[in-house]
Write a protein that binds this ligand. Structure first.
Ligand code: ATP
Ligand code: MG
Length: 231
């Protein structure tokens, strides 16, 4: 009998959906506004969210930004491009039998059939799909470039949740193909030299690093706060 592998990657807190009047949701709206300003004078239809290392809030930032952009009226697609540790399907309570990896490996599939709707109007999700053996190669493929062009056509904004940039090359590969990159930084988790290394790796591929989303726990409160620092 095959041994069942315990899946430890859980979904993240969708505070922007649960509590629209919370301070944290307001902070996400502020980040949205900052990105919208950048959208005025540059093409910014596809954004990659990465970080230097694991558990720094990439998936939390991607999911909540996707929600606040969708509630502002933009047609948004959130793509789980973390083909190694996917969590977006869990966050949104979706199935993951088919997703990005399926679209990349099976030309017969239609994007619209694979993207799933969410309770948030204007927000669709493309889950990771089954784990492939070669994530970096799939993301680096011409098929991926074509897919980005196709979804950019259909949506106002496409957000890609990625693995950490220092550990694997996936985020670098995607930063080249997309319009902007945001780094998630988390208090007490992010290592300063690793963050500098992450920025260096993104600069090497000429990524358009838009800024840093800081998410950490504020002392003396029971909440977290998020800041957006524009470059
Ligand atoms: N500001 C925060 N305060 C408290 N917990 C947080 C905060 N940000 C993230 N977390 C928690 O830390 C864990 C990791 O967050 P998340 O999944 O967003 O990070 P990630 O960078 O996507 O991780 P991975 O590298 O595994 O993909 C989750 O359980 C999440 O709920
Ligand atoms: Mg993640």
């Amino acid at each position: 009998m095959a041994k069942k592998i315990k899946d430890t990657h859980n979904g993240v807190n969708l505070i922007t959906l649960i509590d629209q009047s919370s301070t944290i949701t307001e902070q996400y709206r502020t980040i949205r506004t900052n990105i919208q300003f950048a959208m005025v004078d540059q093409k910014l239809k596809s954004i990659v969210i990465t970080s230097s290392g694991p558990s720094e809030g990439k998936s939390t930032t991607s999911a909540n930004l996707a929600v606040v952009f969708a509630t502002s009226g933009l047609k948004v697609l959130l793509v789980d491009a973390d083909l190694r540790k996917p969590t977006v399907h869990k966050t949104f309570g979706l199935t993951n039998g088919r997703g990005l990896s399926s679209l990349l490996s099976n030309r017969g599939l239609d994007i619209n059939e694979v993207c799933q709707t969410t309770v948030t109007e204007n927000l669709k999700v493309l889950t990771s799909g089954p784990k492939p053996p070669n994530p970096a190669e799939l993301l680096g493929s011409q098929r991926m470039t074509d897919l980005i062009a196709a979804v950019e056509n259909q949506f106002d904004l496409v957000i890609f949740d990625m693995p950490p940039v220092v550990a694997v090359t996936d985020a670098q590969v995607m930063a080249v193909k997309t319009d902007g990159t945001i780094l998630a930084v988390r208090q007490k988790v992010t290592n300063k030299s690793a963050l500098a290394n992450a920025k260096k790796l993104l600069d090497i591929v000429n990524a358009n690093v838009l800024g840093v989303v800081f998410n950490g726990v504020e002392r003396g409160t029971n909440g977290a706060y998020y800041e957006y620092e524009y470059k």
